[in-house]
Design a protein around this ligand. Sequence first.
Ligand code: C2E
Ligand code: MG
Ligand code: MG
Length: 683
Amino acid sequence: MVRPSQVIFMMFLSQAAASILLVCVLHALHRFYRRGYLREWTWAWWANAVALTGMAVAIVSLGDFPPDHPFRLATSALALTAGYAQLYWVLAGAYDVRREKHLPARARAWSLAACAALGAGLVLVSSSPAVSPGLRLFFRMGLQSLASFLCFGAAGVAVLLGCRSRRGWGRNMVAAAFFGYGLLSLSGFVSNLLFLAGRPVPQALSLASVEAILFLYLTGLGVVVWLLEEERQRAAATTQDLEQLAYYDALTGLPNREMLVERLWMALAQAKERGAHVGLVCLDLDRFKTINDSLGPSFGDVLLYSVAQRLRGATQTQDTVARLSGDQFAVLLSDREAPEDVQAGARSVVASFKAPFAIQGQELFVSCSAGVYTSPGGRSDPEELLKNSEMALEQARERGGGVLEAFAPAMNRRAHARFSVERDLRRALEGGELALHYQPVVGVASGEPVGVEALLRWSHPERGQIMPEEFLHVAEISGLMGAIDLWVLRTACAQAAAWRRDGMNGLRMAVNLSARAFQHPDLAARVQGVLEETGLEGRLLELEITESVAMKNPESSLKVLKELRRLGVGIAIDDFGTGYSSLSYLQGLPVTTLKIDQSFVRQLGQSAKSTAIASAVMLLAHSLDVRVVAEGVETEAQRAALMRQRCELMQGFLVSPAVPPAECQALLRSKPWGGEANAGEPH
Ligand code: C2E
Ligand code: MG
Ligand code: MG
C-alpha cells in the first residue's frame, strides 16, 4: 500500500525533474541569445527544483524525525529559502523584460539574503511546539503560496506589457503560464487557509502537480516561440533598413538614383497608357564646392537638406525628387498633359531657388544649373531620360550656371565626341601618347636661338597627331587638366635641364599654363618642387599665361606672379593683343615677356593701324624693360617689319614649327634661321 506522503514525495520529485528540464532549455537559450531574463529564469527554476526536492525530503522524513530535529529544520529552511529565491528570480527576469536592464548586483545580493533570512526565520518561528500543525503549514507553505501568487501575477503582467519587441504568441504563452502558476499558488493559499480554519479542503484545491508541470512546459515552449518571433522581427527590420539604405539617400531622406529609376519606369508606363508626358530635370548647385570649402561640410549638409525640402515644395504630389550624388538632384515630373507643362514644372523648380536659404542664422543665395528632357508619351527609358537631362545640365553649366537648358539632339552629338576624347585622353596620359614638341624662339636680327616653347602633342593611335586646341578644352572640363599641366611642367623642365647639361647654356624653356593651373593655390610650391626635382634653374623657366587669365583675379594673380618671380621664374603674357588688358594695368604685374599674338604679326606692315599699335606695344615694353616675342612669324616681310619696330625676338614657321626634342636640339645647334650658320652654342 502506497502511503500519501510517498505520493506527494513523487509529485514533488517529478516537478523538480521537470524544473531541471526547463533549466536546461533556458540555459541553452541564454548561451545563444544572451538575454538577461533567460539567465534570471534559469536561476528561478534551479531554485524551484531545490525547493521541491527540499519539500519532498521534508515530507518523506515526516514520520522519521520530530519537527524540531535539525535535519528537518535544515531541509525546511533550505526549501523555503529556495522557494522565495525562485520568486525573486522570476521578478528579476520580468524586470529585465519590462525595463530592458538588469537589477543592480547589490539589489540581487540583498534580495537573496532577505530570502534566506525569511526562510530560516519562518522555519524557526513555526518549529516552536506552541505552534499548531495548521499554523506551521501556513507559515511554511501558505505564506509562500500567497507571495507566489502575487509575484507570478506581477511577472505575467510585466511580460505582457514588455518593452521593445512587439507582443506575440511566445510572450503571451509565457504570461499565461505565469498567470497559471499564480492561480495554482492562490489555490494552495486557499487550501492552507481552509486547513488552518479546520475546514475540509476540496480535492480540486489540493496540490495540483500535473497543472504545475504543464505550466512549466508552457513557460519553456513560450520562451522558445518568443525568441523565434523576435528573430523574425529583427530580420524584417534589417531587411527594411537595408532597403532604406539601398534606395534612399541618408542625408536628405530623398530617393536615390536606383529608386528614381524605378519611379521613372512606373511614370513612363503610366504616361504610355494615358498618352501623358514625363519630364526629368537634373540640377546641381552653382558654387557648392566653394560654399562647402569656405563654410564647412556641416553647413553644406544643412544646405543640401534645405535644398531637398525646397525642391519637394516646388513639385506636385505625383512627382519625385531624388538626390543623385553630392550636390546633384533630379526631379521627375510625371503625368503632364503637354510638353509645355513639363517645361513650366522645370521652370518653377529653378525659380524655387530665387528666395535665399536661411542656414545657421545666415541668409544665403544659391543658384542652380538645370537641364530638362521631356519624353513625349512616355516613349523612352529611364536611362535615356537621365542621360539627356544630364547632358542638358552640362550645357547649362557651360553657360556659366544659373540657367535652365532644355535638351536638344545636337547636345548628344557634341557630348559623344567629347566623351570619346575624354576616354581616350585618360588612356593617353597613362599610356605615354602625349609628347612635348619644342618651337625655337630666336633673335629677329641675329637668328640666335634664346629659348624654346613647349607645345603639347597627342599621338592618337587611330586619329594620328591631335593638336592641343582640340583636346585641352575637354581636359579642362573633365578634370584631367591638373594632371596634364604637371606632366608638361615636369617633362619640359627635365628636357631643359638635359639640354643645359649638354652644353646649351642660357636656353629658356617656355611652358604654357592653363587657367586652372594658374589658379592652383600651391602653384609656386609646385613649380619650386619641379625645379628642384629636375635641377633646372628658375631663371631658365618661363611660364606663359594669357591676358584674360592674368586679369581674372588681379590681386591673387599679382601674389602668385610675385611668388614665381621670387623663384627666378619668368612670366610671359601669351597671345598679347587678343584680350582686353589695358597696357597700364600690365605695368603693375611682374611680367618679363610679352608675346604678341600672331593675328597682329600677320597685319604688320599691311595696315597703318596695326603698325601703330605694334610700335606702341614695343615702346611700352621697352620702357618697362620687358622682352617682346612676336608669335607666328611666317614670312620674311613680317620679320623685316618686326626689325623696323625693333622687336628683338620671334618664333614661327619661318624659323621652325614645333618639333620633337631631338630634332629641336639639332636645329638649335645649327642656328635655325637667318645670318651665317653658327655652330656655336646659343647664349
Ligand atoms: P600658344 O601658346 O599661343 O602657342 C602657339 C601656337 O601657335 C602653337 O599652336 C603653335 O604650334 C602655333 N604656331 C607657331 N608658329 C606658328 C606659325 O608661324 N603660324 C601658325 N599659323 N601657327 C603657329 P598649338 O601647338 O596648336 O597650341 C595652341 C595653343 O594650345 C597654345 O597657344 C597654348 O595656348 C595651348 N597649349 C599648347 N601646349 C600646351 C600645354 O602644354 N599646356 C597648356 N596649358 N596649353 C598648351
Ligand atoms: Mg604659348
Ligand atoms: Mg600664343
